[in-house]
Design a protein around this ligand. Structure first.
Ligand SMILES: *Cc1c(COP(=O)(O)O)cnc(C)c1O
Length: 468
């Protein structure tokens, strides 16, 4: 029996995997990974896979990066953890200073949590609480875009709109206001991204005009709606949104958990709109993909509304046990050093151009509706009918075939429903990008070649995280 197989059996006897119908593993092999190096993951039988999705969008400088490893090892010998209430430590102070300096002007305070979803919870709670502390307790509602994703905890799900993850839990969710997304895949034929995004803002304007007295904040994924299928829009929407949030006295929350740290071509997506949100949520690539941590940055104005004598009960009494973990801070500091020392944002331009040229031919594929790109994220949308952009029924799981083909060829491509995408670590080479494009092309040919017969009950679900 192969080592892979034996680890798989031991795993399946005791684990329950995230975002997985475990029964799938009766057919679909689970891949136990023994080691990682750079863009490569290696299984227990010695087979290597190019990590084209940065291990769920977190890894920016490769697996087992020597510079990040060294920093974490040094920190480990110094201090592994201390509680952050009443105590502090060097890496958390340095990281906070660096984040304040790096993010747009006006973001001056950093609050830490353990993962993206809880970072979103903090931004929502702080916004709600700010309005209470400011004598406007009626401002309690949140505005969100259709097809958004902000995480898996209950409030984060409430401001999300990917039916596959939220429908089941509807009775538990907060009552939010949903505004149609500026998603440019849905633009009328012949219209540019900017014009479409600008036009779609009318919906947001109307919602704010009508409900601003009861709205605490608007939350968006800037430029790329990741889990909703890597749908993209123009920065003009963020500019208009900032102006309207100011005019209506509503907070703007930027969820840059997926897009922060260079993914869109700038360090942070909000830079492309030239704006400062009231809350900037960061996670995923923050630690280079090493350790779970999120940072919520906010303004001095927000902070001051909580700053008072204890007995006024204005404090933000929220904590997570591992807040500001020193090892995670050390990994984040090493990651920021690499961004600075290697001029990464600049170097990524050539890689992004190569991603575009290597996949350009796919736009002509009879079963591809669109190849779209923002910086270091590129997505290929497979459809049943190109002219009408009719999607494949989700039950056909076309993306799963691309996933399986890629694994055979030594690449980890994990489509979102019928959307095949590249979100690679920035240490990928141009030759490796060409290899991924070749594997994706073959996979798309295989996945779209023949009719699939499955029972298709009613319902529309894209396949987030599920390689369906
Ligand atoms: C991944 C993600 C989250 C949730 O982060 P977790 O660490 O998985 O809880 C929230 N928002 C966006 C945009 C994400 O991509």
């Amino acid at each position: 029996m192969s080592l892979n197989h034996s680890w798989m059996q031991r795993d399946l006897a005791v684990l329950w995997h995230p975002c997985t119908q475990m029964k799938d593993h009766e057919q679909l092999p689970l891949i136990p990974i023994r080691r990682g190096e750079g863009v490569w993951l290696e299984d227990f039988d010695g087979k290597r896979y190019l990590d084209a999705v940065s291990s769920w969008w977190v890894n920016v400088f490769g697996h087992a990066n020597p510079r990040i490893n060294q920093r974490v090892k040094d920190q480990l010998d110094q201090l592994e953890h201390v509680m952050l209430a009443g105590f502090s430590h060097q890496p958390v102070v340095e990281l906070s200073e660096r984040l304040v300096a790096l993010t747009p002007p006006g973001l001056e305070r950093v609050f830490y949590t353990d993962n993206g979803s809880t970072g979103i919870e903090v931004a929502l709670k702080m916004s709600f609480h700010y309005w209470r502390n400011s004598g406007r307790p009626e401002k309690q509602r949140f505005v969100t875009l259709t097809n958004s994703y902000h995480g898996e905890t209950v409030a984060a799900m409430s401001v999300g709109d990917v039916a596959l993850f939220t429908d089941t839990y509807k009775p538990l969710l907060l009552d939010t206001l949903k505004v149609p997304s500026p998603d440019c895949y849905l633009r009328p034929e012949g219209m540019g991204w900017e014009e479409h995004s600008r036009n779609m803002f009318a919906h947001m304007e109307r919602t704010l005009a009508e409900h601003h007295r009861e709205i605490a904040a608007v939350i968006v994924e800037p430029l790329i709606q990741g889990a909703g299928g890597m749908r993209m829009y123009h920065p003009v929407y963020l500019e208009l949104l900032r102006e309207a949030c100011d005019r209506y006295d509503v907070h703007l929350i930027h969820d840059e958990i997926a897009v922060g740290f260079g993914r869109t071509g700038t360090m942070f997506a909000c830079e492309q709109a030239g704006i400062t949100p009231d809350f900037l949520c960061l996670s995923k690539a923050l630690t280079g993909g090493y350790l779970p941590m999120a940072a919520v940055l906010t303004t001095d104005r927000l902070y001051q509304a909580f700053y008072d004598d204890y007995s006024t009960l204005r404090a933000f009494l929220h904590s997570h046990t591992y807040t500001g973990n020193p090892l995670a801070c050390a990994a984040a500091l090493a990651t920021l050093d690499i961004f600075a020392e290697d001029n990464v944002i600049e170097a990524n331009r050539a890689l992004a151009a190569r991603m575009a040229s290597a996949t350009a031919h796919l736009a002509e594929h009879p079963q591809v509706a669109e190849v779209r790109q923002t910086g270091m994220a590129l997505a290929i949308e497979m459809v049943q009918d190109k002219a009408s952009r009719t999607p494949y029924p989700w039950q056909e799981r076309r993306g799963l075939k691309v996933y399986q083909h890629a694994l055979e060829r030594g690449a980890l491509l994990r489509p979102l429903g019928s959307v095949v995408y590249f979100l690679p670590p920035y240490c990928i080479t141009e030759e490796q990008i060409d290899f991924l494009a070749e594997v994706a092309s073959e996979g798309i040919d295989i996945a779209t070649r023949e009719a699939v017969s499955v029972a298709v009950p009613a319902g529309r679900y894209p396949g987030f995280r599920d390689p369906g």
